[in-house]
Design a protein around this ligand. Structure first.
Ligand code: GAR
Length: 201
């Protein structure tokens, strides 16, 4: 069984969608550990409620990024994690970290990449005036939100949308496509060819 290590920073609704997909037998994997970079966040509680090992590696306790990432890597290795899942983890991982799990880190971003990378995707999409936005699951490379795209889902942007209403509409799709993309990985169906991820049968 493939072991997932899920990294979160906050609310953990994407984490919850993965927990639920495993429970409902839509995703054939095990969450070996949930790690957060902040204390007292809902993601830790969600993991605890599901009986999943959860650890806060508080970024504030580390002076440098290297030491912080080493602490995360130590826990991922200790839990024998095969695939790292970024689920609302609001930090950029270093090239060193990415190389430790080459092509074995997935992220979900709340926009149709390469549009609106970064930390304020919904605000940026609304300010730009796009009519369609959505979400993207991708492998993580050394850049920011730049790795090969596995799956995307689109949603309509309405004239009276606020950041919150758009976020909620996009989250519904995130909770559908993230578990699906992970299951494709579990089934060995994802093949990276340059920038493309082919979904094989
Ligand atoms: C999600 O919308 C996710 O796509 C986004 O943070 C939210 C986390 O929600 N991730 C990023 O913006 C990464 N750059 P959650 O904590 O409820 O899962």
């Amino acid at each position: 069984m493939i072991k997932l290590g899920v990294l979160c920073s906050g609310r953990g609704s994407d984490l919850q969608s993965i927990i639920d997909a495993i429970k409902n037998k839509k995703l054939n994997a095990e969450i070996a550990v949930v790690l957060t970079d902040k204390p007292n966040v809902l993601a830790l509680q969600r993991a605890e409620n599901a009986g999943i090992k959860n650890i806060c590696i508080d970024r504030k306790n580390f002076t440098g990024k290297n030491d912080f990432e080493s602490a995360i890597l130590k826990e991922l290795k200790a839990a024998q994690v095969d695939l790292v899942i970024l689920a609302g983890f609001m930090r950029i991982l270093s090239a060193n970290f990415v190389h430790e799990y080459e092509n074995k880190i997935m992220n979900i971003h709340p926009a149709l990449l390469p549009s609106f990378p970064g930390a304020h995707a919904h605000r940026d999409a609304l300010n730009y005036g796009v009519k369609i936005s959505g979400c993207t699951v991708h492998f993580v490379d050394e850049g920011t939100d730049s790795g090969p795209i596995i799956m995307q889902a689109a949603v309509e942007v309405k004239d009276d949308d606020t950041e919150e209403s758009l976020e909620n509409r996009v989250l519904e799709q995130e909770h559908i496509i993230y578990p699906k993309a992970i299951q494709l990985y579990v089934e060995g169906k994802l093949k990276i060819v340059g920038r493309k991820v082919l979904i094989t049968d």
